[in-house]
Design a protein around this ligand. Structure first.
Ligand code: NAD
Length: 497
């Protein structure tokens, strides 16, 4: 720990014992007895040993979730589920320092970033609590003869499997659990192998909040074993997946056995478009953080930075200036802006893209090399990297890197930049920086992505839907649209005469 460590050390949750999986309200070992280790990506230091679930544990968890779904949980009233969600929100609020520190230790994000998300995390749970009592179906005046009463009622889809990545462990756990509790579904959550600790601590809070046994089960383990088993399980009614598009494609195939419902939150290569009339002083640092926040490990990161030609040189230099001035270091240091990448695998992947960029002729104005030496030993640190001399065909301009790397690309006209921004298989986020209101509306309408941010980037709110177009997935998180994904609609016809 550095002298600037604001945390006062490790949470008691990291007490040296094996962290178990949560099945049917009990903390249990894997049936195989296997475990895996969790390490701090800033130092390589061992944090915990975790029970490693596989297909047999997933099956046990799905059975528990099915029993819970068919049992008293089904009869629980909306206001009772709301109370549980509100208690959970209070518990997350009360334990937020510990939860955010666990996120920081386990996957590297700066403590300022993880702590700063409190309002959104607690707000999400309170939003889902409000949904528990406001979801309703509709009556329909049909045009058929006779005295018919017709209504469309909403019912929970049943047992949900959730598979999540490591880049926001608490956020992922809340995003997947909230709608389940609000709608009356049950859940088997498989956290990412690189970041299981916060979801497991969150599991303790779920029990404390009064979530009945089997309603939420948490099975840590690897994707190829536990994740694949959950995606293919014949008694899972829906899978909600967040992760890469490649795994998303495997999940779609695995879901075919029982044609389970899917929602997919996948990757992106989001354009961030800066017009010459933009407020440059505001746009330049924001464009840097759109790409570098969470060390670039954000699915909607603005990694293709299109800059209108008259301001290209000045703007790209301003972004590079911000990049150089960001403090890269251990997440627990309260001064850190950019933490390490989550793992050696992710480090190798990002370094591969840095070399590819240079080989293809791009020029790194800032960053470009792994950080090593004092303060960085044992960690996976890559500094914010700004590439110029990029063209649209380079790998760094086409593929999701998931590291702190931005490709700066000049453009001239609206039509041209719209076409180039849309020339990607992805469609998750997009930024537009301009003072021209008409142009802002034009871009917001013509860009094919699930979110468009004008004169801001990555703004999020529990009531605003978030998700992808094209290969960035389908289904939404947050907003009433997310809840619809966890509900079936049943048409009921009753003849009255
Ligand atoms: P990943 O796809 O490798 O892993 C995600 C999860 O899937 C992990 O829990 C993993 O164990 C599991 N998994 C892996 N193979 C599996 C398989 N064959 N069957 C079932 N499960 C399997 O992704 P990652 O590298 O952990 O995360 C980074 C990716 O996630 C990026 O592409 C990023 O854009 C995306 N992401 C998207 C969003 C969003 O909301 N759209 C949010 C965060 C991250």
């Amino acid at each position: 720990m550095t002298s600037a460590d604001p945390t006062g050390g490790k949470p008691g949750f990291l007490d040296g014992r094996v962290k178990h999986m949560l099945i049917d309200g009990e903390w249990v070992n894997a049936l195989s007895g296997k475990t895996f280790d969790s390490r701090n990506p800033a130092t390589g230091e061992w944090l915990a040993t975790i029970a490693e679930g596989d297909a047999a544990d997933i099956d046990r968890a799905v059975r528990a979730a099915r029993r819970a779904f068919e049992g008293p949980w089904r009869a629980m009233k909306p206001d009772e589920r709301q109370s549980i969600l509100l208690r959970l929100a209070d518990l997350v609020d009360a334990h937020f320092d510990e939860l955010s520190l666990l996120d920081t230790l386990d996957m590297g994000a700066p403590i300022r970033h993880t702590r700063g998300s409190k309002r959104h995390m607690v707000g999400l749970l309170r939003y889902f609590a409000s949904m528990a009592v406001t979801l309703h179906g509709q009556t329909v005046d049909t045009s058929l003869g006779g005295d018919l009463f017709a209504c469309a009622i909403k019912e929970p889809v049943g047992v949900v499997g959730a598979i999540v990545p490591w880049n926001g462990p608490l956020m992922a756990a809340i995003w997947k659990t909230g709608p389940v509790l609000a709608t009356g579904c049950t859940l088997v959550l498989k956290p990412a192998e690189d970041a299981s600790l916060t979801p497991l601590r969150f599991g303790e809070l779920l029990l404390e909040a009064g979530v009945p046994p089997g309603v939420v089960n948490i099975v840590p383990g690897y994707g190829a074993t536990a994740g694949a088993a959950l995606a293919a399980h014949m008694d899972v009614d829906k899978v909600s997946f967040t992760g890469s598009h490649v795994t998303g494609q495997q999940i779609v195939k695995a879901s075919a056995g029982n044609l389970k419902r899917l929602s997919l939150e996948l990757g992106g290569k989001s354009p961030n478009i800066v017009f010459a009339d933009a407020d440059i002083d505001r746009a330049a640092p924001a464009a840097a953080m759109a790409a570098f926040a969470n060390a670039g490990q954000i699915c909607s990161a603005g990694t293709r930075l299109f800059i209108q030609r008259p301001i290209f040189d000045a703007f790209v230099e301003a972004v590079a200036y911000t990049a150089r001035s960001l403090k890269v270091g251990h997440g627990v240091d309260g001064e850190t802006d950019i933490g390490p990448l989550v793992s050696k695998r992710q480090l190798d992947r990002v370094l591969g893209y840095l070399s590819a960029g240079e080989q293809e002729g791009a020029h790194a104005l800032a960053g470009g090399r792994r950080l090593a030496g004092a303060g960085y030993d044992g960690g996976f640190f890559v500094p914010p990297t700004v590439f110029r001399n990029v063209n649209d065909d380079m790998r760094i301009a086409r593929e999701e890197i998931f590291g702190p790397v931005v490709a700066a690309i000049p453009f001239d006209t609206v039509d041209e930049v719209v076409a180039r921004a849309n020339a990607t298989p992805f469609g998750l986020g997009a930024g537009v920086w301009t003072r021209d209101v008409g142009r802002a509306h034009t871009l917001a309408s013509r860009i094919r992505s699930g979110s468009v941010w004008v004169n801001c980037y990555n703004a999020m709110d529990p009531a605003m839907p978030f998700g992808g177009y094209k290969m960035s997935g389908y289904g939404r998180e947050s907003g009433t649209q997310q809840l619809d994904d966890y509900l079936n609609v049943k048409g009921v016809w009753i003849r009255r005469d």
